[in-house]
Design a protein around this ligand. Structure first.
Ligand code: GLN
Length: 252
């Protein structure tokens, strides 16, 4: 069967950055695309590989300092290509370690300064205490459509947004970017960075659909309108996670 629509995901460093089963996010994107007759092609990008042309959505997961150090120089070399792709409408989702490395730099727990790709206007410095726990955010990716995002964070890095940077959301419960600003994540155009694992998308299906719609808009130049699914299990997962965040979200 030929599917009506085809989109391409560029998955950066799947064998290095995949903590907390972050690859589950790709499984969600791929299933929800297939249910809508959209074919999602996933291209793995390893260190040394050229950045493929025509990527509609870049994805990078989380990882420990050790894995981040292994891929950071390669990712920094792609900084201009990634920044250009996003400036011309490609979508992206970057989680935790990947989010940090799409910023300008990450100073890890050992004090080593890792170069970033410079896609997001922010930098990250590791602190002594890890920020661990369930998180609940409020965000408004489309004006007038407030939504919640639930997930789990575990990071030593404190991410500092530059003055004009747009956060992904406001922290309702949990630590977020740095434990003090009340903000979580970052958004540049159709690119999102966040500390939330879980993986993120199974319990926030509206966000998976938003990302798919952005990828289709990049491919076709037209906004994609999806019929919503019932998402009964997904809504339950979101509620369980949100309730955990409200009752014992990360705090020092
Ligand atoms: N190494 C980073 C930190 O602790 C990222 C960890 C992660 O991806 N969970 O800040």
């Amino acid at each position: 069967m030929t599917r009506t629509q085809h989109i391409v995901v560029g998955h950066l460093y799947p064998s290095y950055l995949n903590i907390y089963a972050d690859r589950g996010n790709i499984a969600v994107l791929s299933a929800r695309a297939a249910w809508r007759d959209v074919e999602l092609e996933v291209i793995a990008i390893s260190p040394g590989d050229p950045t493929p042309a025509g990527v509609d959505l870049f994805y990078v997961g989380g990882g420990q300092d050790r894995e981040q150090a292994l891929v950071a120089p390669d990712l920094a070399l792609r900084g201009e290509e990634l920044t250009d792709a996003i400036a011309t409408g490609a979508a992206a989702l970057a989680v935790c370690g990947g989010y940090q490395l799409l910023g300008r730099s990450y100073r890890d727990q050992a004090g080593v300064e890792l170069p970033g790709a410079g896609v997001f206007p922010l930098h990250t410095v590791a602190g002594d205490r890890r920020m661990i726990g369930d998180v609940l955010l409020e965000c408004e990716l489309e004006p007038g459509q407030p939504r919640t995002v639930a997930g789990f964070e575990n990071h030593a890095g404190r991410t500092i947004l530059e003055e004009d940077a747009q956060p992904l959301g406001r922290v309702v419960a949990g630590f977020g970017n740095d434990g003090v600003s009340g903000y979580e994540g970052c958004r540049v155009g159709r690119a999102l960075g966040t500390y939330l694992h879980g993986p993120l998308l199974p319990r926030n299906p509206w966000l998976a659909d938003w990302l798919l719609a952005q990828a289709i808009a990049h491919r076709t130049g037209e906004a994609a309108v999806f019929q919503p699914f019932e998402d009964v299990l997904e809504a339950e997962a979101h509620e369980v996670s949100a309730a955990r965040a409200r009752s014992r979200g990360g705090r020092f």
